[in-house]
Design a protein around this ligand. Structure first.
Ligand code: FES
Length: 140
């Protein structure tokens, strides 16, 4: 579990609520859109079809009780990684998989082990857990 880093608005850093920690089942992934206004919304089919809205698209994977957060952007072309809402993992659920060309990324590091962007990495997102809530750090 990551420590709580606090909030430094003067440095342009703010922590935004994403979801309850227990809302992400073990071995599963969840995607989120975080707006600049501080509102956040879990991705839905409607939002997924309109991916051009303002804000950051991020996702979280829970593996062995730990949460791993990354920007929802493949280092190959920048497309979103999920092929359906909340579907960021391969069939075996042991790697993050890009929906477009199938690149595989380690869940723990975001490092690409297979595919056209091999040896590149996903962009990690800083999260914190406070009182069972998952907070994401966004820099302004
Ligand atoms: S866009 Fe992700 S592997 Fe090509």
């Amino acid at each position: 579990m990551l420590p709580f880093f606090g909030c430094d608005e003067d440095a342009g850093i703010a922590l935004r609520f994403l979801c309850r920690e227990d809302a992400i089942p073990e071995g599963e992934s969840r995607g989120f859109l975080v707006s600049d206004s501080g509102q956040n919304a879990k991705q839905s089919a409607e939002q997924d079809s309109g991916k051009t809205g303002a804000g950051a698209s991020v996702f979280i994977v829970k593996k062995q009780g730990q949460l791993f957060a990354y920007k929802n952007s493949c280092p190959h072309t920048g497309v979103n990684l999920d092929w359906l809402p909340d579907r960021f993992l391969n069939y075996e659920k042991d790697f993050i998989q890009c929906s477009l060309h199938g690149a595989l990324f380690e869940i723990y590091t975001g490092y690409c082990v297979h595919g056209p962007c091999a040896k590149a990495s996903l962009s990690a997102v800083v999260i914190a857990i406070q009182n069972g809530e998952v907070l994401v750090e966004l820099t302004g």
